[in-house]
Structures are given as C-alpha cells and as structure tokens.
Design a protein around this ligand. Structure first.
Ligand code: GDP
Length: 339
C-alpha cells in the first residue's frame, strides 16, 4: 500500500497503546501505514458483565474501526446496525440503558461463549480480528479482570454506569482500577514490547485518565515504557484547551488540573520522549519537558488519520534514545537525518 515503509525503512514494529474512539482513529491511520507491523494494546478496564454477556467496549471500537465497520456518526458500534433486540428487550421490561445493536450482539455472545469455554480474551480477540480482515495485532492489555471505578460526588460508580447510564454527569473525585495489582500483562503484550525489531511506542490521543492510565496500571507496563530502548511518543487529546469528544476536559477540570498540553506532558512524565501537539497550540506551548512536534491532530477523515500517523512515526524516527533518559531531567538527543 502507498506510504508503507516510508518512515520506517528498517521494517521495525510499532506498539500503540489505545482506548476507544479517539485512540482507534489514530490506530486505523497507523494500520494503513504499518499493516502487520503494528500491535494495538487496548484498554480492557471498561469491560463489564451485562445481561450475562462479557462486553469489551474499547476492544470492540478498535476492532470495528480497524475493520472499517465503525459508525462514523454515532462514534461507536457498527455502521450497518439495526436495533430489533433492544426494542424487543424494552417490550419485556429488560435493562435498556446500555445499547446493544443486533449485529454487535454477535460479538458479545460469541466472546462470552468462548470465554466460558476457557479461551483467553487475547485468543478470542485475535481470532475475531483475523476473521474481520484486520492486518494489525489487536491485544487486550491483560486477560485478567481489570475494572475502572469512578469515585464521584454521588459515590463510587462502575465505569459504564458513570459513562453511559449517568452520562459522566457526577463530579469525579478520583479514579481507581480494581484488580490492577494482580492483573498480568498478557504474554503477547510482553512479546510486542520486546525484541530488536521494536521501533517505536505510541500513546494514542485517548483519554489519559480513563483509557491510558488503566493500561499503565497493569504491573510492568509503565516500567516497560520507562526502560524501553525505543522512543515513546504521545499524541495529545487536547486541542485549544478542549477535548474533541468525551469527558477528558470535564475530568481534568474536576481533578483540578489544567486542560493543556503541559498537563498531558506532566501526566506522562518519565514515560515520554516526545509529544505531538496540534499546530493551533504550537505558539503558546512553551517548554513541555519533552521534544514536541506540532502537527494537525484533528482526525476528521481517513486522510487526516493517515497523515497524523505519518507525522507521529516520522517524529518517533527523529528521536534517539539514550539509556539514561528515563530519569528526569531527560537526557536525550534528537537526530534528524533521513537514513
Ligand atoms: P473512548 O474510550 O471511546 O472515550 O476513547 P478514547 O479514550 O480513545 O478517546 C477519547 C479522547 O480522544 C478524548 O480525550 C478526545 O479529546 C480524543 N480525541 C478524539 N478525537 C480526536 C482527534 O481527532 N484528535 C485528537 N488529538 N484527539 C481526539
């Protein structure tokens, strides 16, 4: 495909840490450029049990997006969806606060069936990805239970109750990840982060608090990033002091932090070599403590996703890592040759 290998002549691999909608937009651009050289490590702390089914909202968003099946208007689920199941469920008095489309149900039912029969989430996801024609690897960060709990002014809420049922209205006091202490990175995630052919690690422009933090909360993940011999680059989810979509800005306000690139850089301190910020924010960015690349980061169509992916990859290629870099202050040189 055009553009492949343009920025990574060494045929190296790239690992991208990803939540749902915002992260998947970049992941599909990265997949276009890298194909099977991309592994997308996905948050599973939004997963929950509903109507007896194992639902993995971020994994499904990534699968549908990479397969070209996602609904661009709704932002989640499949574009070719129908809603007969929900109508019938409502008629008989079932719980309808969490919408499940007819085609989407196939994913939840089959995932649940295979989990009950003893297969891991990693194997099931990999098989679904293959069958949906996805060329990149889609890896749940862990096969173990991991659940985001949002401590709000109305008490502790399970993530989907906060996010979907309460539409993020309760004020957030704290966020914790139940199960994180005993969760283990999957073997496939560990393997993706090892090996001489690993070239770059990317933190997608996902919600840092709800999507990336739970991935980093799995023991070993933050250490892997700190110790990585390849550059680690994040793409900011904040443009002009606002989040494009979702509660990132609201949560930052409620946690008492400034919705700015400086705060994104501070949040990921010690993990990053570079931060991609929007061109609109370049002038006032100031010193962010990491190398900064300005690029158009608003992804509205396939081309803008590919262009941002190419920017992130080229930026990553321009950063050279020195072994001491993880201790702050950073000691790292940038090199900008084209070889
Ligand atoms: P969720 O789990 O479905 O909420 O999705 P993510 O956590 O992956 O993404 C949510 C974040 O994506 C929000 O903070 C948005 O600001 C960010 N986002 C969404 N679209 C874009 C975009 O086009 N560009 C950038 N830079 N960020 C985006």
């Amino acid at each position: 495909m055009n553009g492949r290998s343009q920025y990574l002549p060494g045929q190296g691999r790239v690992v991208a840490l990803c939540g749902g909608v915002g992260g998947a937009k970049l992941a599909v651009g990265l997949q276009h450029v890298l194909g099977e050289r991309l592994s997308v490590v996905v948050n599973v702390a939004d997963d929950f049990e509903h109507l007896g089914l194992h639902i993995s909202p971020d994994l499904d968003t990534v699968l549908y997006t990479l397969a070209g099946l996602s609904d661009p208007v709704r932002g989640w689920g499949r574009f070719d969806e129908t809603w007969n199941f929900m109508e019938a469920l409502k008629q008989i008095g079932g719980e309808t606060w969490f919408l499940l489309g007819d085609r989407d149900m196939a994913m939840h039912i089959e995932r649940t069936r295979r989990r009950v029969s003893g297969e891991s989430l990693t194997i099931i996801t990999s098989d679904f990805a293959h069958r949906l024609g996805i060329s990149s690897a889609v890896l749940p960060v862990t096969n173990d239970r991991l659940s985001t709990i949002v401590d709000t002014t109305e008490g502790e809420l399970e993530f989907q109750r906060y996010f979907v049922e309460r539409r993020c209205e309760p004020l957030v006091k704290q966020i914790r990840f139940s199960g994180a202490q005993s969760a283990r990175l999957s073997e496939e995630v560990l393997a993706s982060l090892d090996g001489d052919d690993l070239r770059l690690i990317i933190l997608c422009p996902s919600n840092p608090y709800l999507s990336i933090d739970p991935i980093l909360a799995v023991p070993g993940m933050a250490e892997k990033l700190r110790a990585a011999c390849v550059p680690v680059v994040a793409i900011s989810p904040i443009i002009g002091g606002q989040a494009i979509k979702g509660p990132t800005r609201k949560i930052m306000d409620e946690l008492g932090v400034e919705p700015s690139n400086a705060e994104i850089s501070r949040h990921y301190a010690g993990l990053l070599d570079g931060l991609v910020i929007d061109t609109a924010d370049a002038a006032g960015a100031g010193h962010l403590g990491v190398d900064v690349q300005a690029a158009p980061t608003l992804m509205t169509d396939m081309q803008s996703k590919i262009t941002l992916a190419e920017h992130a990859l080229a930026f990553g290629e321009s950063l050279r890592v020195t072994p001491e870099r993880r201790g702050r202050p950073l000691r790292r040189e940038a090199h900008h040759d084209d070889t």
